[in-house]
Design a protein around this ligand. Structure first.
Ligand code: RB5
Length: 143
């Protein structure tokens, strides 16, 4: 499990971001909040860039992004070198994105998921190790 995470959202994901942030902090993880800081309408690429850029530069090993669908944030984050952002909808995708893709950014849709599902996804994404082996060869090919 990583000891520090950078998190960001747009207005649609703001409330969920606050919930995820508090949950991570309750587990002793240091959380850097890249915004946004209210439910007022904002542009998701600004916050996607802040989180994905920090992970891409190696400042944070892992990041979490939340928007309404998770789609916009995924599109933004995967433009950054070294970022493997995974949009997860359930326990299976959360586990598989770690085992198979070594996903270093978790993306979720606040208008798609309820809190119990988000919590389950966050837990699996935090605690599932990369399987390596044939998957390592494939991940290396992405770069
Ligand atoms: C905001 O209305 C919405 O477009 C955004 O949160 C996200 O779903 C974009 O992909």
């Amino acid at each position: 499990m990583t000891d520090k995470i950078i998190i960001g959202s747009d207005h649609a994901g703001f409330a969920a971001k606050e919930q995820v942030k508090a949950y991570l902090q309750s587990k002793g993880i240091a959380v850097e909040d890249a915004g946004c800081h209210s439910a007022e309408s904002v542009h998701y690429p600004i916050y996607g860039k802040a989180v994905a850029g920090a992970v891409s530069r190696g400042e944070y090993p892992r990041g979490i992004l939340i928007c309404g669908t998770g789609i916009g944030m995924s599109i933004v984050a995967n433009k950054f070198p070294g970022v493997r952002a995974a949009l997860c909808h359930n326990a299976f995708t959360a586990q598989a994105c770690r085992e198979h893709n070594d996903a270093n950014i978790l993306v979720m849709g606040a208008r798609v998921l309820e809190w119990p599902q988000m919590k389950e996804i966050v837990d699996l994404w935090l605690n599932t190790p990369f399987a390596g082996g044939r998957h390592a060869e494939r991940v290396a090919m992405i770069e």
